[in-house]
Design a protein around this ligand. Structure first.
Ligand code: PMP
Length: 394
């Protein structure tokens, strides 16, 4: 049965990582892979995570099953992190949160849930969006349509085009929005734009679905959630996929959550029972370790303060690099949008040929689309990267 299968080409990002590893040039620069890096180019374990792990190792008494919803303590803590600790949505029982294997697990379970609610659901995604959104949502059988988001000339949000297209969505269609730090463009909606999109969603009876994968890495934990919270407070129903991969640095521990907001507590309890049954039929239960780390950190004032400080340091480092990069590129052209964008990613807006030239002649790696991970820069390599970009643009 297996003989008929043809090998698939390697994923372009994994291919790029491999080429980077095999590159022997000592001054090579990796702006391709989408993980946070510190000044030395490492993706370290956060100190608060280390300490939580130490406590867990000492205090853990069982490896028995956690159940399809995961750990209640984690779920409650994540609900407050996303929606705010005083959210009426939590108090009124209109929100349930289930622990999932990463943000990807949340996205896929949400897609399966949407298909159960309405088999011919259409999800509108931004152009561009994170490449994995398409298989994660489309793989569950949802129809995918695109709304224009990034103006390819200015590399900023084309808000009028976005609203214009979403005017054509039908009641019951789902709109996927990036909570903050839009991947791959770094171009986020302002709070007033979130308010306008909220108005459109309300008026047209659309269902908002927010992917929150970078909370705390844009401007800060609260500011990054402001648009999402405004939306959540204004609509009867909403889905939120959250990831702890970036803001807790837990990538390989597969730690995320899916929040389900319903019009009433009664609806929420029925809908959650259906969601749990979907989870049971996919992976049964989420892995425990990463969520136990997050629960330990968020449940301890000292550890929480330490984590917030570390996260804020990462956020400030990215903002510093964004400004430094835009300044370093100023003699080459107007790259000021890099300083206005948020999170790890921005497009340089250069051609695939220029991207290859940067890789081959200068050892500077980025995705073919010219998406760069700003966190892969540091003040030492910045002048050389800027010179190389000037060289390929001349
Ligand atoms: N959404 C977006 C936009 C992402 O960039 C990512 C991670 N690259 C995720 C969701 C999910 O990440 P994970 O499954 O590792 O938590």
């Amino acid at each position: 049965m297996f003989e008929a299968l043809k090998p698939l080409p390697q994923d372009p990002i994994l291919q790029l990582m491999q080429t980077f590893r095999e590159d022997t040039r000592p001054d090579k620069v990796d702006l391709g892979i989408g993980v946070y890096k510190d000044d030395a180019g490492n993706t370290p374990i956060m100190a608060a995570v280390h300490e939580a792990e130490r406590r867990l190792l000492e205090g853990e008494t069982t490896k028995s099953y956690v159940g399809p919803a995961g750990a209640a303590g984690f779920n409650n803590a994540v609900a407050e992190l996303i929606l705010g600790s005083n959210s009426p949505l939590i108090r009124e029982g209109r929100t349930s949160v289930v622990q999932t294997p990463g943000g990807c697990g949340a996205l896929r379970m949400a897609a399966e849930f949407l298909r159960l609610c309405q088999p011919d659901t259409t999800v509108w995604v931004s152009t561009p969006t994170w490449a994995n959104h398409l298989p994660l949502l489309g793989g569950a059988g949802l129809a995918i349509r695109e709304y224009p988001y990034l103006n390819p000339d200015t590399l900023e949000v084309d808000f009028a085009a976005m609203l214009g297209t979403l005017e054509g969505a039908r009641a019951g269609d789902v709109v996927l929005l990036h909570g903050c730090c839009h991947n791959p463009s770094g171009a986020d909606l302002s709070l007033s734009q979130w308010q306008e999109v909220t108005g459109l969603i309300q008026r047209k009876g659309l269902l908002p679905f927010v992917d929150m994968a970078y909370q705390g890495l844009g401007e800060g934990l609260e500011a990054d959630a402001a648009g999402l919270r405004h939306l959540a407070d204004s609509v009867p129903e909403m889905l939120i996929a959250a990831s702890c991969s970036k803001n807790f640095g837990l990538y390989r521990e597969r730690t995320g959550a899916l929040a389900l907001i319903s019009a009433t507590a009664t609806v929420n309890s029925a809908a959650t029972s259906q969601l749990l049954s979907i989870i049971r039929s996919h992976y049964s239960m989420p892995p425990a370790h990463g969520a136990a780390i997050v629960e330990t950190i968020l449940g301890d004032d000292g550890l929480q303060a330490q984590w917030q400080e570390e996260l804020s340091g990462m956020c400030k480092r990215i903002l510093h690099l964004r400004h430094g990069f835009a300044d370093a590129l100023a003699p080459v052209g107007d790259f000021s949008f890099i300083a206005r964008q948020r999170g790890m990613f921005s497009f340089l807006g250069i051609s695939p040929e220029q991207v290859s030239q940067l890789r081959e002649e200068h050892g500077i790696y980025m995705l073919e689309s010219s998406r760069v991970n700003v966190a892969g820069l540091n003040d030492r390599v910045m002048p050389r990267v800027a010179d190389a970009i000037r060289d390929v643009l001349k």
